[in-house]
Design a protein around this ligand. Sequence first.
Ligand code: NAP
Length: 247
Amino acid sequence: MSTLQGKTALVTGASRGIGRAIALRLARDGANIAGLDIKDDLLEETGALVREQGVEFLPITADVTDFDNMKAAVGQFTEAFDSLDIMVNNAGITRDNLLIRMSDEDWRAVISVNLTGVFNGIKAVARPMMRQRSGRIVNIASVVGMVGNAGQANYSASKGGVIALTKTAARELAGRGINVNAVAPGFIRTAMTDELSEEARESALGQIPFARFGEAQDVAAAVAFLAGPDSSYLTGQVIRVDGGMVM
Ligand code: NAP
């Protein structure tokens, strides 16, 4: 039997990149999926791939920065499915610049999606998961939230915040049978890293013992472990998927 047979999962930022790979991996493991994204144009592509795995797919258009949107999204989810077993807070953006040149707008935009978005996601699923006295929440952080990165003051602060938020939520929700963990990717090949300059790419590769970028599927595999039955005694943890970049 597939490890997630009969389970349900809500994945944010599921239109492309790592979010799509997570949706596909959890579907392959047997879970019914709701894919949430701010725009609906690419969600149906994810939906078609998910349904090929023989599970259900519910597309939800919502903005993670808006709590009411997220609450309504969870309402849509619980109408469609009997339980809410897995929440993956994956949606994220970058607006890179050196600290002294970073605009207030770029600071706020990144904190709003990457950190407030995760807070909204956790808060929106907490009540239904508390009622069922079980649940798995997996937040996508980044290794730069641990070690910092020049040019990413907003992004690294948001991801460091996600790690602290993960640990706090893990402490608060453990008594209700809810595990909250994070995955911290290093450099993964997606649209987000396609934007890197050749110089930035070379410098990144120099810091990675495996000397290559990871794939979205590498991140999805760690999420599947944290969402599945083999990690029931793990909470408040951060799994780095970074080719050994941060040890
Ligand atoms: P991506 O390809 O840019 O995908 C991010 C998805 O999130 C997009 O579909 C985007 O929608 C959606 N999104 C953005 N703002 C949203 C909002 N307010 N509400 C709902 N959805 C929203 O990025 P990715 O590389 O797959 O990254 C996924 C996660 O992994 C992010 O949290 C990122 O920080 C993290 N991460 C990535 C890497 C990497 O190397 N790629 C490394 C470490 C961590 P649009 O397409 O409409 O913008």
